[in-house]
Design a binder for this molecule. Structure first.
Ligand code: 5GP
Length: 120
């Protein structure tokens, strides 16, 4: 399992469109695209286009408040576009013990099936 090295990640190449992705929502600050290995019928990743130190949520500072809010709002837009506004889950894996594998903050938006709790 990866740790936070601060190195560039695959998400830079997705933002630059060097690596193709299926985009669900985009504005000037935020991009949302389908996860390549979906864990539910709807599985979308929501990211800040500019990482700006946010390798993981645990690195968030007060100055990140605006983008953090924009990411949650984008998650809601994704849920609406994907037709799961009535029931969806937003997940952020933070660090190795939470199985974070890509160190560019991303929200998982999951839905389209009955979600279990606790998730395990
Ligand atoms: P994490 O485990 O860090 O919370 O989530 C990383 C997510 O990125 C995983 O769900 C994985 O499937 C997804 N992912 C990794 N590489 C790619 C890629 O090249 N394209 C897309 N669309 N998703 C990716």
């Amino acid at each position: 399992i990866n740790a936070d090295s601060g190195a560039p990640t695959i998400i830079d190449k997705i933002v630059s469109k060097e690596i193709p992705s299926t985009i669900v929502y985009e504005d000037d600050k935020v991009l949302a695209f389908k996860d390549i290995n979906p864990q539910a019928p709807v599985h979308v990743l929501v990211i800040p286009k500019c990482r700006d130190g946010l390798t993981q949520l645990g690195k968030a500072e007060q100055r990140h408040g605006e983008i953090l809010g924009q990411l949650l709002y984008a998650a809601r837009m994704v849920a609406e576009k994907e037709g799961i506004l009535d029931g969806f889950r937003v997940v952020i894996n933070n660090g190795p013990s939470a199985c974070q594998s890509v160190y560019h903050l991303h929200l998982h938006v999951l839905g389209g099936r009955q979600m279990k709790w606790p998730p395990g």
